[in-house]
Design a protein. Structure first.
Length: 611
């Protein structure tokens, strides 16, 4: 279905940004509803913009996505962006597509660390904000206080006068209303639509009739292949037009446009023309990538692309070489793993793929362990088997000295957990910069090596009984801080293969925590539990009880084992030591030693200790 062409002065391009769980995805759902994008009887899933299964399960947005709503004569393009620090690359590239930003702030929690990160990027890009204080219907909501805190944040981030005078609206995305003043009646979303049209400028169009567009996102369709998404800066494009792909250091490449797409409601529609100012998709190029320029002429000047925060952690992906390899997945070869990681790196701007000297091992550089865990989880659901290493930080040599990445860490915890958190930060070489307390909660700002953050989120949740909030931003490279020990325990390592049984596990349980239950298949070198002491302990979970005249072998089966500790993928990746790996298959997550044979492991550790 082809849509009528719209004038550029009636277009508004807007990114919605916020901290995790402050309600921006729900707000997009409401804007779609109130603009008449859905029929009254149409069933709409909640959090409609979160289309990835993992986004629904984790309750977070991972990929930036486009939609648009019609309001009167206006077309409002909305880009929903992630709120988790690991997906910052998604946020940064979106800033190139939009002319304004809507900041969504929880009326109880207020601006959080991630709000600061996203807002900083938007203000630096010169975008004018519209602020929506959400969840004013919550018990203990403090909307006026939140308005003051947001204005303080604007000052701190050196907002311009125009940015500081941003319109504030109050309401509830869940209940579908917005109002300009807390004293007003809240009926629907009209005040929010009015504020967007008034405060977000129409896109700036270059006078040139020649088509130019910066590719800010890439999509894939089984019918037309790669789709380049971006905001048209000048000219227009129709099906059949010839475009040139411009990239640094390469000759311009020509291709014919096979389709032009517009984004409306939750659908991608064919369009007759992509006009200046609109966010569109264009297909026809086999190899187009994020950051490149599409232009109507080969001589056109390539557009500059936003610099994004560098990847700071590195993890290796390798072929599963364990005894159970190939039993649970159907995509197990190094070629399949390599092709999948290259595909991911093309559409995920903050992930970098590298070959290693080994044909069965690859390196992935990213902003954080969670970002990589999302990729691994996607692969697992697609039928892959893969071995993943613990994240290690990417170091640089500066002036002959080794430097490592540091982050600014923002933590908010209940007052009674402050002591434990300060100790945990000190153990991880974190330096506290400032602290402030309000209403039973303490906010801590610290500078910490990226290495010190690995596994910290899990420790924080334990220290605060699940109430701690943290976020982090890349700060700079500083001289190496030396050894950081984030795990102070050893492991219980299986010395045999077979099926684990209750009798053996009950004996092992006296030594530490179990990671496996009875009746599970184990193999030599697999990690079956945690040893409270620092060294690794060989155990045999398959050892059966000998039958004697005095007692039958099954007579004590009634005694229950303590339930085994089960790891999520992120937790497993952060838990393992450098000499360990996580074996990920469609059916399970196992922890194992990098070298499975105990004798070879001993030889290897002797070599490294004497080196």
């Amino acid at each position: 279905m082809s849509s009528p062409t719209i004038q550029s002065d009636k277009i508004r391009n807007l990114a919605i940004v916020a901290h995790v769980d402050h309600g921006k995805t729900t707000l997009v759902d409401q804007l779609l509803r109130h603009s008449g994008a859905f029929r009254d009887n149409q069933v709409l899933e909640e959090r409609a913009m979160d289309s990835m299964d993992q986004e629904r399960e984790r309750g977070i947005t991972i990929k930036a996505k486009n939609t648009s709503v019609k309001w009167g004569e206006h077309l409002i393009n909305i880009v929903d962006t992630p709120g988790h620090a690991d997906f910052g690359g998604e946020v940064e590239r979106v800033m190139k597509m939009v002319d304004g930003v809507m900041l969504v702030v929880d009326a109880y929690e207020g601006p959080q660390a991630q709000t600061r990160f996203v807002l900083q990027k938007a203000l630096a890009a010169g975008l004018n904000p519209v602020v929506f204080v959400n969840k004013i219907d919550r018990p203990n909501a403090r909307p006026e206080e939140m308005q003051d805190l947001v204005l303080e944040l604007f000052l701190e981030l050196e907002a311009s006068e125009d940015q500081f005078n941003a319109p504030f609206l109050f309401g509830s995305a869940k209940d579908g209303f917005a109002k300009r003043s807390l004293d007003d009646e809240g009926d629907d979303m009209t005040p929010l639509f009015e504020a967007i049209v008034e405060s977000v400028p129409a896109p700036q169009i270059e006078e040139s009739p020649t088509f130019r567009m910066l590719v800010s996102n890439v999509d894939w369709s089984d019918y037309v292949g790669r789709i380049a998404i971006g905001k048209v800066l000048s000219g227009g494009v129709r099906i059949g037009d010839s475009l040139w792909r411009l990239r640094k250091g390469d000759k311009p490449e020509r291709a014919k446009v096979t389709k032009v797409f517009e984004y409306s409601a939750l659908a991608t529609n064919d369009a007759s023309e992509g006009v200046a100012g609109n966010i569109i998709g264009v297909s026809g190029f086999e190899e187009v990538d994020i950051g490149e320029t599409l232009a109507g002429e080969a001589e056109a000047e390539a557009l500059p692309f936003v610099e994004i925060d560098p990847p700071t952690v590195m993890m290796s992906f390798s072929v599963n070489d364990g005894p159970m390899a190939g039993r649970e997945g159907d995509r197990v070869t190094s070629r399949e793993i390599r092709d999948r990681l290259i595909k991911e790196a093309r559409t995920n701007i903050s992930i970098k793929f590298e070959e290693t000297g080994e044909s069965t091992e690859f390196r992935v550089n990213a902003r954080g362990a969670m970002q990589v865990a999302v990729v691994v989880e996607e692969m697992r659901r697609e039928g892959f088997e893969v071995l993943v290493s613990r994240p290690t930080v990417i170091k640089k040599e500066i002036d002959g000295r080794s430097h490592e990445p540091f982050e600014t860490l923002y933590v908010e915890v209940p007052d009674d957990a402050v002591g434990g958190c300060m100790q945990a930060l000190a153990n991880r070489k974190g330096q506290v910069e400032s602290m402030s307390a309000i209403r039973g909660r303490t906010s801590i700002q610290a500078t910490i090596p990226t290495r010190g953050l690995i596994g910290f989120e899990f420790e924080l949740l334990n220290l605060t009984s699940g109430e701690g909030i943290m976020s982090h931003l890349f700060k700079e490279y500083r001289p190496d801080t030396g050894d950081i020990r984030t795990r102070r325990t050893g492991t219980l390592v299986s010395m045999d293969k077979g099926e684990s049984n209750t009798y053996a596990l009950r004996n092992i349980e006296t030594r530490g925590k179990l990671f496996v239950g009875a009746g599970e298949e184990v193999y030599e070198g697999m990690i079956v539990g945690e040893n409270p002491r620092t060294e690794d302990l060989p155990v045999n979970p398959t050892k059966a009880k000998h039958v004697t005249n005095h007692r039958a072998a099954g007579s004590d089966k009634t005694e229950a084992l303590t339930p085994a500790l089960r790891f999520s993928l992120e937790r497993a990746i952060e838990y393992i030591a450098p000499d360990e790996l996580v074996e990920v298959t469609p059916k399970g997550i196992r922890l194992r030693k990098r070298i499975l044979d105990a004798n070879l492991r001993k030889r290897e550790s002797k070599k490294t200790s004497s080196a």
